[in-house]
Design a protein around this ligand. Sequence first.
Ligand code: ZN
Length: 213
Amino acid sequence: MRQIHSGLVHIVKSKDFIADHPLRGDGIVTSHRGVVLAVQVADCVPVLVADAKRGSVGAFHAGWRGTAKRIVERGVGSMRAVFGSKREDLYAAIGPCIHSCCYAVGDEVIDEFRSQFSYADELFSEVYDRDPIKEKYPLLFLTARAPGHSNIGPQTHLDLVEANRRQLLDAGIAGEQIWSAEECTSCRTDLLFSHRGEAGYTGRMMGVVGLLK
Ligand SMILES: [Zn+2]
């Protein structure tokens, strides 16, 4: 799939489907056995969903834009509508991604989330810069800007894991059937690829899910 930070979900109907339909989107679902679905990430949230009973799977790529477009909620909705998945049979995994500790966001993101989600404020936290150099020599970092426009002070961080967990819950998946990885990609650049943590020069991780033949 060519990922475009959208809310588009594709249904893979056969093994030949991909070759015939170059896919642009951020969600992919199938009930076809022997097909492996994948999303690629390096900070964005990879979400994998499986229906253990009826046999269907989905893979979703949720950066902040895709999350705001409810890619995961739509994707699970597609699985329920197309394959008749029941909520009690669905299991979800949220893979390693950037966590709120490292995910400072600007007004554009804050405004977009507030316009989309009634619970948006529960996803944000204020984090003070803990740069030891700045703490030791605060005067070096004082700016000549007017009060209220200084860049010293709390930054707003977004919790994309929680945002996508909420979408899984809203799509009907039980909380105890949602697993999420503990690792933050930006904190663990020794182990994981992180777009932010490595200033854009990094690789990609792949989240894959499929049904055995
Ligand atoms: Zn982190």
